[in-house]
Design a protein around this ligand. Sequence first.
Ligand code: AMP
Ligand code: MG
Length: 504
Amino acid sequence: MTTPDSDAFGRVLEAGYARLPERFYARVRPTPVVGPRLLAWNEALAAELGLRTDALDPRALAELVTGNALPAGAEAIATVYAGHQFGQFVPQLGDGRAILLGELRDRAGRPREIQLKGSGPTPFSRAGDGRAALGPVLREYLVSEAMHALGIPSTRTLAAAATGESVLRERALPGAVLARVASTHVRVGTFEYFAARNDRAALDALCGHVLHRLYPHLVDSPRPALGLLETLIERQAGLVAQWMAVGFVHGVMNTDNTSVAGETIDYGPCAFLDAYDPATVFSSIDRFGRYAYANQPHAAHWNLARFAETLLPLIDPDVQRAADLANQALARFESLFETRRLALWRRKLGLAVPLEGDAELAGDWLALLAANGADFTVAFRSLARALPERAADAAAAPGIHPGDLLADAGAFDPWMRRWHARLALEPTTAVARAQAMDLVNPALIPRNHRIEQAIVAAESGDFSQFTALARSLARPFAEPSGPFADLALPPQPQERVRRTFCGT
Ligand code: AMP
Ligand code: MG
């Protein structure tokens, strides 16, 4: 079923996942909407994907993004998957409000899938309406693109469009659709779906599909399925370490929200820490803190164990041998994660060479932040202003200093002396160090209160805050200036967001 409806993208999609057997998905077209209107178009990503960059027609693009028209070559499908949600196995989930259009090779030759989210019901919608509200669409746009700009693997957002229709949540809200781009939308839950059905042929096909697209170097290795497991273990360990280094809390780390590409996927109740508290939970449905900030590595490890279980028959025909190999791979997670996390803390503290005692130094700094309710992002950013070469001359480094952030200002000095003594063992020059720190300690993160303010304004038709945020968040390591300077500030107590919702 090729539907060459529109060439507004300027490229013909390939089927990709839709070439897998029919039991991997349902063929379903997006449900047309009455009033498509383009809200945001990610020009940089469009260029990366080799899409049309000249003679853009916002109306034609809005038709494509809402699913009223299909891009040339599209084979619209909703994929099926299962998943462990908060530890409970759900044998069938699937794209309940998302439709995969197809894929293309980007300018770098990498496969990228384009999916519409909020484009109408599918056979997997269960009780849901298949739609998305404007707020969650704008939130995913801002946060996914901010993650990318922060250097963290993530699905991307190509565009957002209004539907001109309302969606009924607790109240009627304006509807919207998001065009999402991922290296793959295959999740750990996709493997679980077929494993639960003992569908060995499907598991082989799925594993082959993922390996060929994402990890072609593993295809001819002696144990490709084991290689896939090891690779995802490494990627997830690195990913969660990166999340934690910017204070990101995913919020719903279910196996159906765990991408086999190692990209951050499914931005629902996610949020960034303001004040540093490792026990932070934002999501209203995470009642026991399963996915709290500090529990994220454990959750990732648990999800990877579920992934390993699905791969056992592909790893080795001897059940015991397969289990041993999988367990050896899983046993590496913790040290991979700790190594990666420590490397990030070092960079954030301006340390280029690894030395014994660095973990304690970083841990004590974090403990200071926690004990004093200091803002995580501002505190790390401020460290470069307290470098030894600057500490003596506050005028040389105007702005907030770490001591200013601690309720007990005197608590900073003893730690600073240790840090300065440690920095004295570094070979890097002072200037290079300050610059390097500013490239790992962002000035800007997508702060929850700013996102919410932008959404409230957008719901009444004013997109200026959304646009300003999107633009600023594309350069998170630059100090925002002029009217944007306050985007770097933590929330006032009354602005602080403590609870987030799934946005379904
Ligand atoms: P999530 O928590 O967003 O990852 O979604 C979990 C499951 O619920 C997935 O299978 C989604 O497709 C489905 N879902 C979420 N919201 C909706 C909706 N509005 N309509 C239909 N299905 C939905
Ligand atoms: Mg999901």
